[in-house]
Design a protein around this ligand. Structure first.
Ligand SMILES: [Zn+2]
Length: 101
């Protein structure tokens, strides 16, 4: 599967993150105290930055429609930062620009 655009790479990283979380859950990691390592899901086509977070935070960050990114990889111009905590941020892409204004 060729990775042509930032978007598809981003989706791929989301899939990997989902599996990391599944695996950690399957292995019986304690949700509130165990940490797992996720990949930054920013749009940079070459970003492979890792983010350390607890499984609870991880689960929350993987909410559909949101992306988990390194704190300094959020793009406030195109994404709403929903939460910023330490080394990471959860962002939601701004929808198609309003044409009315
Ligand atoms: Zn990144």
């Amino acid at each position: 599967m060729p990775v042509e655009h930032g978007l598809s790479f981003r989706k791929l990283k989301r899939e990997v993150n989902g599996r990391i979380l599944d695996l950690a859950t399957e292995l019986g990691f304690e949700e509130s105290s165990s940490e797992a390592t996720a990949f930054c899901e920013c749009e940079r086509p070459d970003c492979l930055q890792r983010i350390q977070l607890t499984l609870v935070e991880f689960q929350w960050a993987l909410t559909p429609g949101c992306w988990l990114v390194a704190a300094d990889h959020a793009r406030p111009s195109t994404e709403h930062v929903i939460q910023r905590r330490g080394t990471y941020a959860v962002v939601r892409p701004a929808l198609t620009p309003e044409t009315s204004s």
